[in-house]
Write a protein that binds this ligand. Structure first.
Ligand SMILES: [Zn+2]
Length: 144
């Protein structure tokens, strides 16, 4: 099951870093744009405009929270370049495939660990079930 994955080349790392920087820039651009929009709406004055501005603000806030969350992930990924940890799985320490990182440059786990962590969540339920099944078997054994 343990498939050897080659370390990322310098060129691949550079590609991924540029991708992250591009994503980061597009987020910053959005932030500046929405902030400008906020100001004009708040300065608008009367009640109707105020409620529209409230609606827009809450809408934008939700959108921005998502952006801030993503920006943090990008920031975290970029920091890993400084410590030469980028591309390494946070679980097992093996290399994450270049193709996976290209699709999701903020990925922190290799696909095997990611799948395993997802399976753990569902298998804990199965585990509990089979344990209670074992008790049922024990009981019938005692009755016989
Ligand atoms: Zn892993």
């Amino acid at each position: 099951m343990t498939e050897k994955i080659k370390a990322l080349t310098k060129k691949q790392l550079e590609t991924l870093k540029n991708k992250l920087l591009e994503e980061k820039e597009s987020l910053v651009f959005n932030e500046v744009k929405t902030e400008g929009l906020d100001l004009t709406l708040i300065n608008g004055g009367d009640d109707v405009e105020q409620s529209i501005s409230d609606y827009n603000n809450s809408h934008q806030l939700r959108f921005r929270n998502r952006e801030v969350f993503y920006a943090k992930k990008i920031e975290k990924a970029l920091k890993k370049f400084e410590t030469n940890e980028f591309g390494l799985c946070s679980e097992c320490g093996c290399w994450i495939r270049f193709e996976r990182l290209l699709a999701r440059p903020t990925a922190e786990m290799c696909i095997i660990c990611k799948e395993e962590s997802e399976r753990d969540e569902s298998s804990s339920f199965v585990g509990r079930q089979s344990k209670s099944l074992g008790k049922v078997v024990d009981l019938t054994g005692m009755l016989a």
